[in-house]
Write a protein that binds this ligand. Structure first.
Ligand code: HMG
Ligand code: MG
Length: 300
């Protein structure tokens, strides 16, 4: 029997940063309030990045200020540099995330610097955040493939993971940004990274572009990973990979785990309320299999 799984909700950040529809600040807040009712332990709210680079996250501070913060629930914000951290501190954010890549080309396109320069930038961000009592999470993009460089060696990911771990990140989330990874590749990746970062500090962040995300989660579970990022209604995409879809849908993950006897602490019925609202908010049909099937069943 597998021990409980922690799901980190990505919809309001990774999801909405990439959706075409214009989503109002009110609707973002309403979505987080619906997610608050589900039992999710962590809901990523937004990012303090350049609004020229990611216009959809420009109202992240306003969203953060106005959401109800439940005790025991984390509301992380992405911060790529000291400027982002300063804004986070001004808003009273308790958890931040820094984000690196395992591929040089992706690092340049995403944050306009090399991998080494990004780590140098994160040194003062992590030091100041930790000194102020914040928790710091670390992401690595392109862990199972890069849109510009193709295959990425697990050892390259492990070396970035080591640096983020040394900087004090409590967890390293491994991002299959373009969703090309497969279960056996996932296992090889987790094996390489877990030689350096303890298994309970590794999270899986699978985008579902090639329909592999749930299979990859099961492969990672088999290796001992117990934290996964997911996005309600499968919200999202990737600006650097044409046709890319969002993170694996939260409801797909919860369904698969709960019917396999693995506890997530998430109430499916309440999650469905958030799924329905999220789809309406971005003006498209529910794309996740479980979301669609269970909403039809509920309406019958
Ligand atoms: P840059 O142009 O090299 O930065 O961008 P700069 O320091 O030269 O500053 C340029 C301008 O940005 C200046 O404004 C700064 O003030 C402003 P201007 O003088 O031109 O008016 N600026 C900022 N504004 C607000 N907040 C800040 C900030 N920093 C500078 N923190 C930078 C470098 C990192 C800022 C830029 O490349 C950027 O914002 N990138 C963000 C990219 C991003 O958010 N990507 C999506 C998140 S990562 C992801 O989705 C992957 C993940 O899900 C895992 C996976 O799936 O792989 C996590
Ligand atoms: Mg992502």
């Amino acid at each position: 029997m597998f021990s409980p799984v922690r799901i980190v909700e990505m919809g309001p950040r990774d999801g909405l940063q990439n959706e075409k529809a214009e989503v109002s600040t009110e609707d973002k807040i309403q979505l987080i309030h619906l997610l608050n009712r589900t039992g999710l332990p962590s809901i990523e709210v937004g990012s303090f990045v350049s609004p020229k680079w990611v216009p959809k996250m420009a109202d992240s501070g306003a969203v953060f200020d106005r959401i109800e913060k439940l005790p025991g629930v984390s509301y992380p914000m992405l911060t790529p540099n000291m400027k982002g951290l300063e804004v986070a501190l001004a808003h009273g954010v308790q958890e931040i995330a820094v984000f690196a890549a395992a591929s040089e080309s992706f690092s340049q396109r995403n944050i306009n610097c090399s991998i080494a320069e990004s780590i140098d930038r994160f040194v003062p961000v992590c030091e100041s955040a930790l000194a102020a009592g914040l928790k710091v999470r670390g992401y690595i993009s392109c862990v199972l493939g890069c849109p510009y460089e193709g295959a990425i060696a697990p050892v390259a990911v492990a070396s970035v993971a080591e640096r983020l771990h040394q900087l004090g990140c409590y967890e390293i989330s491994l991002g299959d940004t373009i969703g090309t990874g497969t279960p056996m590749e996932t296992k090889a990746l987790i094996k390489a990274v877990s030689k350096i970062v303890p298994m309970d500090q590794i999270a899986g962040h699978f985008h579902d572009t090639y329909g592999q995300a749930l299979a990859n989660i099961w492969a990672a579970l088999d290796c001992g990973v117990r934290t996964f990022d997911a996005s309600v209604a499968g919200l999202g995409g990737c600006p650097y990979a044409k046709g890319a879809t969002g993170n694996v849908a939260t409801e797909d993950v919860v369904y698969s785990l709960m019917h396999s006897g693995i506890e997530t602490g998430i109430d499916m019925d309440r999650l469905l309320d958030a799924v329905a609202f999220a789809a309406e908010m971005v003006r498209r049909d529910v794309s996740s299999r479980v979301g669609r099937a269970l909403l039809i069943k509920r309406a019958a």
